[in-house]
Design a protein around this ligand. Structure first.
Ligand code: S3P
Length: 181
């Protein structure tokens, strides 16, 4: 599947509401690749929702699992990996993301807040009032980390998932370009 040496997987990073989980399956479909949602994989492994993992085991335990799962999938190739917004917090994850083709979906806190709505299922936004301020705080902590890992940064505010997927495809390195028969 991979035509030349180079990054083996496409990873999407960005804050909650940046569009990773809508763009990733679309991108995977267009490229004929498998889509992996890291949060879903963590929930499957632990047999609990992300909300319950945070509440019962704490964020640290979630972050440990996130590292294990990212490492596992980065050892494969040909995947489109949709990462949770905090994946960039661990240095080890950042180095794995840099070894793959990582795209940062950059989005303003205003748009993020509109997209996450009531923030159901998002432990880091519970009790935040207004949610936009909490998203702005997370963004200022993480923006440099997203940029550090990303080979490409794409602004998503006024773009549809289809347009974002097209833009990612246009920027793919040779090792990830679809093979034209
Ligand atoms: C988190 C983002 C979530 C999920 C968890 C923590 C974060 O994923 O991993 O709630 O730290 O930003 P999404 O970005 O897919 O919502």
């Amino acid at each position: 599947m991979v035509s030349t040496d180079g990054p083996a997987n496409i990873c999407l990073v960005g804050l909650m509401g940046s569009g990773k989980s809508t763009v990733a399956p679309l991108l995977a479909d267009r490229l004929g690749r498998e889509h992996i949602d890291l949060d879903k994989e963590i929930a499957l492994r632990l047999g609990r929702t992300i909300m319950i993992i945070f509440a019962d085991q704490g964020e640290e335990s979630f972050r440990r699992e996130e590292q294990v799962v990212l490492q596992y999938f980065c050892n494969r190739d040909g995947l489109v990996i949709d990462c949770g917004g905090g994946v960039v917090l661990a240095a080890g994850n950042r180095s794995r993301l840099k070894d793959n083709f990582t795209v940062y979906l950059q989005t303003t806190p205003q748009t993020l807040a509109l997209r996450v709505g009531s923030a159901a299922g998002r432990p880091l936004l519970q009790g935040a009032e207004p949610i936009e301020d909490q998203l702005a705080a997370l963004l200022s902590e993480r923006e440099a980390l997203y940029r550090e890992c990303a080979a490409e940064t794409i602004t998503t505010d006024d773009r549809t998932p289809a347009v974002i997927a097209d833009e990612i495809i246009a920027h793919l390195p040779a090792s990830l370009k679809p093979v034209v028969p």
